[in-house]
Write a protein that binds this ligand. Structure first.
Ligand code: HEC
Length: 221
């Protein structure tokens, strides 16, 4: 009986010493690592020699024609107009930047925005990049995501889509702009991805899709 007592005493003592015994003591040896978690990897540190490269330096010069990125911090633009010109993204408060006049969505493209072929083409390009996955290239809301049953995106071709008195199907230009900027319901916001100018270009392009569908130039369900 006593034998078992001493055995288990020695066993418990060994565990306690193993767990707590060497805490706080200093050692030159590397710690025992049960899970190394990629702590140690082959690498070169700054300014060290290397036998690997012919010139004996571990550090390398940038590859020829490397373009530096992020070295120029632009000055804060003096005005909203200057900021829009410089970055294309601002938090301005007028119709051009919000799609709203006072508390209401405006309709019509903002004054000063040149509506021409290049604007529509820009809109087509950006729409196909950012919107078509859900709203479909035609705008009928049956983009590729609908095939996976993920989202029911808004259909720009619902009956009455160009009739401003039909709130179910019609969205004012400013309302579309605002949905792109801030998202709505299940749709996320694209205000950080699509510049102010390009949001209006997309609005203009959606109108051309709707008119084309109405005139029977595009077939949409
Ligand atoms: C990831 C899928 C997805 C993408 C990408 C997407 N949308 Fe949507 N969109 C939706 C869904 C889903 C709705 C319906 C939102 C709801 O009612 O909850 C919607 C609704 C809308 C509406 C109607 C909102 C309202 O007033 O009821 C507009 C306008 C719209 N999207 C425009 C766009 C434009 C323009 C783009 C491209 C910049 C775009 N969407 C990109 C999924 C998407």
């Amino acid at each position: 009986m006593l034998k078992y007592f001493f055995l288990s005493y020695a066993f418990v003592a060994a565990i306690i010493v193993a767990a707590f015994g060497t805490r706080g003591s200093k050692s030159e040896l590397p710690p025992i690592e049960v899970f190394p978690d990629m702590d140690h990897q082959a690498k070169v540190k700054f300014q060290v020699k290397s036998e690997f490269f012919a010139d004996g330096h571990a550090a390398r010069m940038p590859v020829k024609n490397t373009v530096p990125m992020g070295f120029q911090v632009p000055d804060k633009p003096a005005s909203i107009e200057a900021a829009t010109a410089a970055y294309g993204f601002t938090n301005g408060v007028d119709y051009y930047h919000t799609g709203k006049i006072g508390d209401y969505y405006g309709d019509g493209l903002p004054q000063g925005l040149k509506v021409d072929k290049s604007l529509i083409e820009r809109g087509e390009r950006q729409y196909n990049i950012y919107c078509a996955v859900c709203h479909a290239q035609s705008g009928n809301g049956k983009g590729v995501t609908s095939k996976y049953g993920i989202l029911a995106a808004f259909n720009f071709h619902q009956p009455g889509n160009l009739d401003a008195s039909n709130p179910g199907a019609y969205r004012a230009d400013g309302a579309i702009f605002d949905v792109i900027t801030n998202g709505k319901g299940l749709m996320g916001s694209y205000g950080a991805n699509i510049s102010v100018h390009d949001r209006w270009a997309i609005v203009a392009y959606i109108r051309t899709l709707q008119v084309a569908a109405q005139e029977g130039k595009v077939t949409v369900q």
